[in-house]
Ligand binder design. Sequence first.
Ligand code: 5GP
Ligand code: MG
Length: 181
Amino acid sequence: MFTEVTGILSDLNRVLLDAPAIQARVAAMAGAIARDFAGRQLTVIIIMDGALFFVADLLRGIDLPMRIVSMSASSYHGATKTSGVVKLPWPANLDLRGQHVLLLDDILDTGLTLGAVQDRLMAEGTASLKTAVLLKKRREQARVVAVDYVGFEIEDEFVVGYGMDYQGRFRNLPCIGTLQL
Ligand code: 5GP
Ligand code: MG
């Protein structure tokens, strides 16, 4: 007997943002960032893994010289609620002095992750720092952080797709939605 395997799309409760809406918004963000950083060389810091698809689409739309550094930071650890403790392993030999840094993450939720990374980046002597997130949740942040570019504001619910996971799954959905948990 074979068990029928259906697509992961059917595990979604609701689609919040479909693929064309995401693509259009990310292209517009790329245009705004390219204009703001015109004439500069960027150092892009990406927080993996959730930002994977966002940065892949965004950065291909920015025609400026850049180097890309990825790091992992997390406060979720496989659950649907933040643990409140941010793990932030720092890449070795990362010299950011005098660099124009663009920090990218998938979601601004409690603000703890981005706040911790921003603190560390400022301490590294960057010339300038701008932050872009694809999603920002409408909720009170445990830590208020400044973000310069926001793709979409969403309600305070747990979402998956377009790089974002639940226990390692659903990253490959082209849309963003909520799960039937
Ligand atoms: P914060 O430190 O702002 O609470 O957490 C931000 C990180 O938690 C995001 O970068 C993301 O990795 C994860 N996160 C927050 N909300 C969600 C969500 O709704 N879905 C998923 N898959 N990850 C989330
Ligand atoms: Mg993340």
